[in-house]
Design a protein around this ligand. Structure first.
Ligand code: 5GP
Length: 201
């Protein structure tokens, strides 16, 4: 069976459990995690080229000018963007791509006038069980200051209002529950007849 790849766009307020899904999918051969570019500084334990392509604002601006981004947005006072070419090449080769982007970036991709992108798009929102639980998870993660956590929670409240724009919504529970729900979506989407190009091996 030959088919085109699926562009899985996953959005969730920071701390909602998205990185768990993303890191578990990184380990599967049928999905490629698209590493985003950002102008924010790396957190402890983050690796350039693996978690993000960390870049200077001038470099980011140059890439915007060159049209290299499928989408980009300013999130939490920094720029984040998804590079277009490697995603398109991977999808054409029949491999699925996972991108972790904010609600603005998802909106941009949804509005794409390129039929290749809109046909391949499957967007999923991960909804935290509550803002209190999100605060608890962010505090437990311990990578942001109290002020940064408040800022992220304000943004989270705004992002959570966008869930209806997405094809799927997963209410975040335990790590295992989130993964099971996510896998149910990926499995069903992979067997859509319209994605199949040929049934001859
Ligand atoms: P963090 O700084 O916690 O890694 O990410 C902050 C936010 O930026 C998250 O909501 C994440 O989904 C979003 N983000 C990460 N990469 C991209 C990207 O390439 N484009 C957009 N629009 N948002 C991104």
């Amino acid at each position: 069976m030959k088919r085109l790849g699926i562009l899985f766009v996953i959005s969730a307020p920071s701390g909602a459990g998205k990185s768990t899904i993303c890191s578990s999918l990184r380990q599967t051969p049928d999905t490629v995690y698209a590493v985003s570019c950002t102008t924010r500084t790396p957190r402890a334990g983050e690796t350039d080229g693996e978690d993000y392509h960390f870049m200077e604002a001038t470099d980011f601006q140059r890439r915007i000018g060159a049209g290299d981004f499928l989408e980009y947005a300013r999130v939490h006072d920094h720029y984040y963007g998804t590079l277009r070419q490697s995603i398109v090449d991977t999808l054409r080769a029949g491999t699925d791509v996972l991108v972790d982007i904010d609600v603005q970036g998802a909106k941009t991709i949804r509005k794409s006038t390129d039929p290749f992108i809109s046909d391949s798009l499957v967007d999923i929102f991960i909804m935290p069980p509550s803002l209190e639980e999100l605060r608890h998870r962010l505090e437990k993660r311990g990578t942001e200051s109290a002020g940064q956590i408040d800022f992220r929670l304000t943004n989270a409240a705004a992002e959570m209002k966008c869930w209806r724009e997405y094809k799927y919504t997963i209410i975040s529970g335990s790590m295992e529950e989130d993964l099971t729900k996510f896998r149910a979506i990926t499995r069903a989407e992979r067997y859509l007849s319209r994605r199949i190009i040929s049934l001859e091996g």
